[in-house]
Unconditional design. Structure first.
Length: 107
């Protein structure tokens, strides 16, 4: 159990772990080089380096703390086209949003 957005209490065991297990979520190749952060027009520092790591590690609370970054991403793929490891960054953000929309917001 954890405190969630708007003070609501969330019971979402392994939310992040479930997303990380999705076939289309490819983040494990990340080398933590920082290129994505450098080219992001939104200056989103947490994406994808830390956030995707949290997902892979199943750190649900830390993922949900970054909800603003997750939803402010423009899906512009500036990071993705420059990623030397071929991480599908925008698609990963989409998967994460889809999962949060369903499990946290009930959409
Ligand atoms: S550019 Fe790619 S390899 Fe580098 S930190 Fe970002 S996701 Fe990881
Ligand atoms: S897709 Fe998102 S994280 Fe990547 S550069 Fe664009 S706004 Fe930044």
């Amino acid at each position: 159990m954890s405190a969630g957005v708007n003070g609501a209490t969330l019971v979402r065991p392994a939310l992040a772990g479930r997303v990380g297990a999705l076939e289309e979520f490819n983040a494990s190749a990340c080398m933590n080089c920082g290129v994505c952060t450098a080219v992001c027009p939104m200056g989103i520092e947490v994406l994808p380096r830390r956030l995707f790591r949290y997902v892979l590690l199943g750190m649900e609370d830390q993922v949900l703390e970054q909800i603003e970054s997750i939803y402010s991403c423009l899906l512009c793929k500036m990071c993705e086209v420059n990623c030397p490891a071929g991480v599908h960054i925008a698609e990963n953000v989409r998967s994460l949003r889809h999962h949060i929309n369903r499990t946290v917001f009930g959409l």
